[in-house]
Design a binder for this molecule. Structure first.
Ligand code: CTP
Ligand code: MG
Length: 241
């Protein structure tokens, strides 16, 4: 089924504190500069310039209004961005974003981490294509390439976990808007607040989630070193040929 009547709303979650990246000294990671601009500026630009983006909601922390305005206020198309405040957990922040998006004409949603500034158009197109085909939930992911071990608190290897069929989950994870909103509402009502991504809420709620190919570049900046490496990568790519 090719459903071109759909409108793909975007929720970018940017309300975290970035503790693992050293936010105490440097502030939240989504406002740190890579290639001369804040991380979130890169991320939002990817969606503002993607032709299939519908309404865009950015979920920010209450303390970050000025940081966000400074980082993104001047981007072309910034006037169409809706902001709302997030919560204590990523799950809660997504839920707030879904609520804000429900007031628009979006029929579907792509939920993306602000901390993944390198998502590219090919990934967005592949995810959208799966939605076009009528998939309920879509997860961009890449096959795990490292050998996996289960270790114990004794510091010893307990077993080697077979790698076949294992994937590392990325974002944007995408769904029918009403289906994922209902799944989030159910999780909140039952106080299941421990989900680290939206596909796991969807799976728990019984939705079908389809895998599509992610991208090795679509990393989540998590620790300080990720930010330094991202900065280096962007500086190199802008060197004159
Ligand atoms: N996020 C959010 N609200 C939260 C927690 C996280 O909107 N309460 C967002 C982050 O801003 C980030 C994405 O979810 O874009 C992925 O989360 P993560 O990488 O864990 O970021 P932080 O929670 O900020 O980092 P940390 O866990 O190291 O504190
Ligand atoms: Mg976190």
């Amino acid at each position: 089924m090719d459903d071109r009547t759909m409108t793909i709303g975007i929720v970018i979650v940017a309300a975290g504190r970035g503790e693992r990246a050293g936010s105490l000294e440097d502030g939240p990671k989504q406002y740190r500069r890579i290639g001369g601009r804040p991380v979130i500026t890169h991320t939002l630009e990817r969606f503002l310039t993607w032709p299939r983006s519908g309404p865009i909601v950015v979920v920010i922390h209450r303390d970050d209004e000025a940081l966000f305005a400074e980082a993104c206020g001047k981007l072309p198309g910034a006037e169409r961005v809706i902001t709302t405040f997030g919560g204590e957990t990523r799950q809660r922040s997504v839920y707030e974003g879904l609520r804000a998006l429900s007031g628009t004409d979006a029929t579907h949603v792509m939920i993306h981490d602000a901390a993944r500034p390198f998502v590219d158009r090919d990934v967005l197109d592949r995810v959208a294509q799966a939605l076009d085909e009528g998939q309920e939930g879509v997860l961009p992911a890449i096959p795990v390439t490292d050998t996996l071990k289960r270790g114990g608190s004794d510091g010893l290897v307990h077993e080697t976990v077979p790698r076949a069929g294992l994937y590392a989950a990325q974002t944007p994870q995408s769904f029918h808007l009403s289906a994922i909103r209902i799944a989030h509402e159910k999780a909140a009502a039952l106080r299941r607040e421990d989900f680290t991504d939206d596909a796991s809420i969807a799976e728990w709620a019984g939705l079908t989630v389809t895998l599509v190919e992610g991208s090795v570049d679509n990393i989540k900046l998590t620790v300080k070193r990720d930010i330094a490496m991202a900065d280096e990568k962007l500086s190199q790519s802008t060197l004159p040929a």
